[in-house]
Structure formats: structure tokens, C-alpha cells
Design a binder for this molecule. Structure first.
Ligand SMILES: Nc1ncnc2c1ncn2[C@@H]1O[C@H](COP(=O)(O)OP(=O)(O)OP(=O)(O)O)[C@@H](O)[C@H]1O
Ligand SMILES: [Mg+2]
Length: 369
């Protein structure tokens, strides 16, 4: 607001440490204060998860500034289309629209790593050197990321310019999480419905998971939803325990969805077996079923050893628990237990390439296993 050239800021920290929330809050305050100052601060917030090409970033910026322009001030268009123009035309439009007023533009690029990974650093190159060409306005970039690897993909000049100032958001501790939860609980719950210990337990869970405030809030919300669904009058620690379980299960479903087809097929085999076997299942059985399913789905059959590796991976992901047991002269085998409900696992496995599988036909063969 004193008219000096502001620094660019790079903010990083693990997920749920309040980066987005804080930046939005502070920039909103800044905009408010600047209403009373001669130099207006104009905030542009872009989430690069959604807007992640050079063209779309520039078009969004151009349109933001064109919109605020008093018309007929010059020969600029009303707006820029979201596709189709030469990129340098879009840039020129943005540049001129912004520079036609004395103002400071604070451009927040949230999840900036997504932009760099998808489209490289060209647009950042332009944005970080605009200040030397602008006559009336100034620009400051705030980049936010929870993954610093993207820095390796930046031109050294962009890197140093982008991180003129760096800000690290450390994880919240349990006391801070408790404070955040208490404040939010006062808004979202009736007075007195949250039992003692509930908020502390949510905070403790989330503190253990790298101080993720989003996780803490999710836990409290899901605990509340479970209490409501059961028609209970109070949210108890038992609801929190169940909420924790539910969130863990949902996370697992997400992991299963993104598995490669071969791993899904191995899991498929385990699910089919555990649905039909009262006793625990062993890796040899999984392989027989897997082979059968492979031929039904028309996929290449992997070796038993490779399937063993995939089973270990599923174990590592927590989807199954595998335990090595010695069977004396018959050698060693793995005893496998599914950690997720079979129906839920099946729904998550859903895969185009596995549509041709006919489990009925399999049932007949299973009796032979
Ligand atoms: N200090 C705080 N006070 C109140 N609520 C907070 C605070 N910090 C975070 N939150 C809340 O916690 C949730 C997660 O925070 P936020 O979205 O800012 O995380 P983030 O660091 O941007 O995470 P990501 O890297 O995943 O984008 C949001 O609902 C936010 O409102
Ligand atoms: Mg964020």
C-alpha cells in the first residue's frame, strides 16, 4: 500500500496445515484495508488443480481485470474467450487491463505444483518478471504447495523469484487442533450435545496424522453424522471411534480404485475366496483363482512369484493382512485376511477390463480348490 514492489511468496506445508485458509483470510483482510488507501489491492485466487494450463491461467487473469475496467477507457475487448486466441494476445490483454489502473495485484496460485507438473513454468516465468515492464501497477505472486518436488522443474530464475520469501506451515499440534475444533463445534452443533473427551479425541487422532486440521474436522463431522443417523442425543467417544474406522475404510476404497488392473484382479481373487471360505485363505489358493479369473478376463497370467509380490503390496497398503506360516515339509505359505468388507471391496475394484468375469462359473471351480 506504500507503493513499493512487493515480494513474491512461496508457502508450503503438509496437507491440512491451514495454508489455503490462512492465505484466503489474510488476503481478504488486505483487500478490505486497501479500500481506504490510495493504492487498491486486487486479489485473484486461482486453484491450479482446476486451472492448470498457461492459456487458462492468463485468460482467467485477463478476464478478472477486464471485468473491473471502466469501459471505453481504451480499445480492449470486454473479455477473452477461454480457448482459441494466440496465448501472447491473451497475455497482452491481461497486461494492459491490469496496467490501465494504479493497483497492486496479488495473484494466489494455490496447488501451484499441479500447474508446473501439467504445463511447465512458462507462465510463471512471465508473471514473475512483469513488474519490470508494468508502469502503473504492481504484481505479487503467492504460490502455495504441499509438495516441494515441483521446484526441481523450475528454471533457476523462476525459482529464486518465486521464493523471494518462503513461509513454512508446520503441522498443528493437538492443543491447536482442539482450539480449531472447539470454535467450529460452537457453530455447527447445538450446545451441550458433544460429550466430554470427544473433541480431545478427534484432536489426538489428527495430531498423530501429521497435524491435519482437515482430518480433525472430518472426524468430528462424521462422528456427528453417525450420532444423528442413530438418533442419539449426544456425540460420544464411541461415535468418534466409529467415525475413525469409517474414514479409514473410505480411504482404503480410494486406494483400491486406483490400483492397476492386475493388482485389482489379485484382490478380486482374495475377495471371492474369503466370501466363500469360512477359514483363512492361503496364497496358493489365491493363485489358482487368479489364474482362472485371468483367462476369463483375457489378461496375461503373471507368474506365481509376481502375484506373491502383488499380495505383499496389498498387505503394505493395509487392504489385506498376510502372515507367513510354515507348513513343515510342504514349505512356507502366506495366510491372508481381508481388512475391508467384501462387498465394499468389490464395489471399489470395479474395472472395465474385468467386466467379463463370471463369478458363477468360478463358483463351480472353487469347490475344487
Ligand atoms: N487456523 C485455523 N483455524 C480454523 N480452521 C482452520 C485453521 N487451519 C485450517 N483450518 C481448517 O482446516 C481445513 C484444512 O485447511 P486448509 O484447506 O487451509 O489446508 P491446506 O494447508 O490448504 O491443505 P492442502 O495442502 O491439502 O491444500 C479447512 O477446513 C480449514 O478451514
Ligand atoms: Mg489448500
Amino acid at each position: 500500500m506504500r507503493g513499493e514492489t512487493p515480494s513474491n511468496i512461496l508457502i508450503y506445508g503438509k496437507t491440512g496445515t491451514g495454508k489455503t485458509a490462512c492465505v484466503k483470510y489474510v488476503t481478504r483482510e488486505l483487500e478490505k484495508v486497501s479500500d481506504r488507501s490510495p493504492l487498491k489491492v486486487k486479489l485473484v485466487y486461482i486453484n491450479c488443480e482446476e486451472v492448470n494450463t498457461k492459456y487458462r491461467i492468463l485468460a482467467t487473469l485477463a478476464n478478472t481485470f477486464l471485468e473491473r475496467l471502466r469501459r471505453n477507457s481504451n480499445e480492449l475487448p470486454d473479455s477473452v474467450p477461454m480457448t482459441g486466441w494466440p496465448t501472447d494476445e491473451v497475455y497482452k490483454c491481461f497486461f494492459r487491463a491490469m496496467d490501465s489502473e494504479r493497483q497492486l495485484a496479488v495473484i494466489v496460485l494455490d496447488e501451484i505444483d499441479k500447474l508446473v507438473l501439467k504445463s511447465g513454468d512458462e507462465v510463471l516465468y512471465h508473471l514473475t518478471r512483469m513488474n519490470s515492464d508494468l508502469m502503473n501497477s504492481k504484481v505479487s505472486i503467492i504460490g502455495i504447495s504441499n509438495d516441494l518436488n515441483f521446484m526441481n522443474y523450475l528454471d533457476p530464475r523462476v525459482r529464486s523469484s518465486l521464493s523471494e520469501e518462503e513461509l513454512v506451515f508446520p503441522p498443528y499440534n493437538a492443543v491447536q487442533l482442539k482450539e480449531i475444533l472447539e470454535k467450529r463445534a460452537r457453530i455447527s452443533f447445538m450446545e451441550g450435545v458433544i460429550e466430554d473427551g470427544v473433541i480431545s479425541l478427534c484432536a489426538a487422532h489428527a495430531a498423530r496424522e501429521h497435524g491435519d486440521a482437515r482430518r480433525a474436522l472430518d472426524l468430528l463431522r462424521v462422528a456427528g453424522e453417525l450420532a444423528e443417523r442413530d438418533g442419539d442425543e449426544k456425540v460420544t467417544v464411541e461415535h468418534v471411534r466409529r467415525a475413525h474406522e469409517k474414514i479409514e475404510q473410505d480411504k482404503m476404497v480410494e486406494v483400491i480404485r486406483t490400483l492397476p488392473t492386475q493388482s485389482k484382479l489379485v484382490l478380486y481373487s482374495i475377495v471371492v475366496l474369503s466370501e466363500r471360505m469360512p477359514r483363512s485363505i492361503v496364497s496358493g489358493e489365491v493363485y489358482s483363482v487368479y489364474r482362472e479369473l485371468c483367462s476369463q478376463a483375457g489378461l496375461d497370467v503373471l507368474t506365481q512369484r509376481r502375484v506373491g509380490d502383488l499380495i505383499s503390496e496389498l498387505d503394505m497398503l493395509g487392504i489385506i493382512s498376510a502372515r507367513i506360516i510354515n507348513k513343515g515339509r510342504q514349505g512356507r505359505t502366506k495366510e491372508i485376511k481381508l481388512n475391508i468388507h467384501p462387498t465394499q471391496a468389490m464395489a471399489a475394484i470395479h474395472d472395465e477390463q474385468l467386466m467379463t468375469i463370471d463369478t458363477l462359473k468360478l463358483s463351480r471351480q472353487l469347490t475344487l480348490v
